[in-house]
Write a protein that binds this ligand. Structure first.
Ligand SMILES: [Fe+2]
Ligand SMILES: [Fe+2]
Length: 561
């Protein structure tokens, strides 16, 4: 049996970056304001990454896969710092294999970044790589380069063969020279054709294990007329994911099919990974989400069924993904074959964790490790407190968090309050969420349909409120069974009862009950997802089946002791 670790989205940010050479540390603390507006936390990324890697070392594992977004935003200073950190762990026996995420680089030429960094009095200054930005500080180190400059910094992450590798290749052959590793990508009107590097590789680091790293970043050029009118030269690949791979990088599918066929023939265990999921991680709830909330970030990023079908047809049976910062397992079974997508959580978003994979003759056994303890998780708390005092921010739950996990729990609450409800929810419903008690929600299931704008919520206020349910809704969406096990049984029973009562009848379009029914129906789908805490992927004769497995060990959470 071989055990490997699979991490995703560590988003390493070096808080000690010193843009003007002032000496000392912590010159690059991101603000609390930016943190609560973002789906991930920043300053805590170093402590969390170290905690996960320390745990990997303590388990005697040596092979570590990182499914993209290794750095915060691909800035030069972060590449330098994360490489120094990885070297520390290489000295402890770890070997890393990565795939590029959308935050690691940008197309061929890169792009500028600017961020606000905290000062001691709680104010902040804007630091940018763009000399024309008017920022307080200009630093070339803030720039996120493109493939040609980033790949040499990532070389030791599997992108070139190691001296002891038993097999190593790319879609273009066995030559690691980047001059041989490119393809052409076109603008929507076909008028602009650009040459783009492809960082995919296959490696056999130990006998019998083939790690297939698929570079699913697609940077499409914009039409020339749009660029002349001010559009950037390339489109961001954040939302398109694998849907664009099917059209713009078909060579990846052809190569994956060839690799999978050879793996079967030679008896190699094939584990594929890329930054983006290939199977719907939300159990078919996307359409209801579109009806309730419109075009949210998750809905925009949903892989089409054609993606899973194409990879299953290619013979890829297991794929690990990052990007969504969620914990989830989803399988696709179609005429072309079957594939399981394991969505690996981030270390800097709810739920913080990573995956252990036991490779056994009869299949894979997968455990999710929660990373809720991280030494130095409070590195930015004094800065946050100064900022909160200065700007009048409500930050008590955040700055008094007793652990990395508690900080992320508090961040999820803040995210729902300051980002999701005001920015993604219909205003009429968002107004009611903090007020309506769950008892009132239960009563409304037996009432006549009412329009949300016509409802006076004040007499219906109370605890627990619909806000508590919405926080748990997001926790379940992101955490699957990691969240399920964290929500008290009584509250879960209450939710199941509400799901049942709202599902009993059709509610008219435009009614509050229709919105609540959609919310609860989506929650029901989250609760029905496949196991992800411990499960087993059996592959007898190429047929993929999933089953809950006995835990590898009783230790699910990193103990602080
Ligand atoms: Fe990410
Ligand atoms: Fe990403």
């Amino acid at each position: 049996m071989v055990r490997i670790a699979i991490l995703a989205d560590p988003h390493f940010h070096d808080v000690d970056f010193d843009p003007v050479g002032e000496g000392g540390g912590a010159h690059a603390l991101r603000t609390l304001f930016d943190t609560t507006e973002s789906t991930r936390i920043f300053n805590e990324s170093g402590p969390a990454f170290r905690a996960a890697l320390d745990d990997v070392v303590s388990r005697g594992i040596s092979l570590v896969v990182i499914a993209g977004d290794l750095t915060d935003d691909g800035q030069v200073f972060n590449w330098r710092a994360v490489n120094a950190l990885l070297d520390e762990y290489r000295a402890k026996g770890l070997r890393f294999f990565a795939t590029p995420g959308n935050h690691d680089l940008f197309a061929m030429g890169g792009r500028h970044h600017d961020k606000r960094f905290l000062l001691a009095d709680g104010s902040n200054r804007l630091v940018s790589s763009n000399p024309a930005s008017g920022a307080d500080v200009i630093s070339a180190e803030m720039y996120c380069p493109g493939y040609p400059d980033v790949m040499p910094m990532m070389a030791d992450l599997g992108y070139v063969p190691g001296p002891d590798d038993l097999n190593w290749e790319t879609p273009f052959g066995t030559n690691p020279d980047w001059a041989t590793r490119s393809y052409q990508v076109r603008s929507p009107d076909g008028g602009t054709i650009e040459t783009m590097l492809d960082a995919s590789y296959l490696v056999e680091p130990i006998e019998g294990l083939w790690l297939l790293s698929l570079d699913a970043n697609v940077y499409r050029p914009n039409n020339r007329a749009d660029v002349e009118a001010g559009a950037p030269a390339f489109r961001d690949c954040t939302d398109v994911g694998w849907n664009a791979v099917l059209t713009d990088k078909p060579h990846l599918l052809t190569w994956a099919a060839d690799v999978a066929q050879r793996a079967r023939h030679l008896g190699k265990r094939l584990i594929a990974f890329s930054h983006y999921p290939v199977v719907d991680p939300l159990n078919g709830s996307g359409e209801d989400e579109r009806r309730l909330l419109g075009d949210t970030g998750f809905v925009r990023r949903m892989p089409e069924p054609a993606v899973a079908s194409a990879l299953a047809a290619a013979g890829v049976e297991v794929h690990f993904s990052g990007h969504w910062h969620i914990n989830n397992t989803a399988s696709y079974h179609g005429a072309a074959g079957s594939i399981v997508n394991v969505a690996v959580p981030s270390l800097v978003a709810y739920p913080p964790g990573y995956k252990l994979v036991d490779i056994e003759p009869e299949g894979l056994r997968i455990e999710t490790v929660s990373v809720r303890q991280a030494r130095g998780y409070d590195v930015a708390f004094a800065g946050y407190a100064a900022e909160a005092r200065r700007d009048g921010l409500a930050a008590d739950a955040l700055v008094h968090a007793a652990s990395h996990g508690a900080f992320i729990d508090a961040h999820l609450h803040a995210l729902v309050r300051y980002r999701y409800l005001p920015k993604e929810w219909p205003t009429d419903l968002a107004r009611l969420v903090p007020l309506l008690s769950l008892d009132a929600v239960a009563q409304l299931a037996d009432a006549e349909p009412i329009n949300s704008t016509a409802l006076n919520p004040l007499p219906l206020a109370g605890e627990p409120s619909l806000f508590d349910l919405v926080v748990d809704w997001y926790a379940l969406r992101k955490g699957a069974d990691l969240a399920k096990s964290a929500i008290p049984a009584e509250r879960m029973a209450h939710y199941r009862s509400l799901i049942g009562s709202y599902g009993k009848r059709e509610w008219p379009e435009g009614s509050l009950q229709r919105q609540l029914a959609l919310l609860l129906s989506i929650m029901g789908r989250y609760l029905q997802r496949e196991p992800s805490l411990w499960f087993h992927i059996a592959q007898p004769g190429g047929v993929v089946s999933l089953s809950a497995a006995a835990p590898i060990s009783a230790r699910r959470e990193l103990a602080e002791t």
